[in-house]
Design a protein around this ligand. Sequence first.
Ligand code: SF4
Ligand code: SF4
Length: 91
Amino acid sequence: MKIKIVSKPGTTAEVKTGNWRELTYPVIDHEKCIGCDLCAKICPEGICFPTGEKNSQGRVYYETDLDYCKGCSLCAEICPVKCIKMVEENK
Ligand code: SF4
Ligand code: SF4
């Protein structure tokens, strides 16, 4: 078993979560996303990113890299249009 020590905020992006995430993970409704970038700014893992794809409103929507997500819900809390829903694992 490999153990990594995290010494600075944001550097946990180097450490894959594997299967120990908190109980929920974020799912983004791309159609509602307004591309405000707040989720990217607040995510402690630095794993919310603009996809480069546009929704029907012509806005670039965001996605998260679940391989590194810790399920903290901060992105869902800050999203101004509430288009991030935290979903229970295995559902
Ligand atoms: S739940 Fe937390 S770690 Fe996962 S994408 Fe949102 S802010 Fe980042
Ligand atoms: S906070 Fe919500 S609206 Fe803003 S970019 Fe992220 S998902 Fe889109």
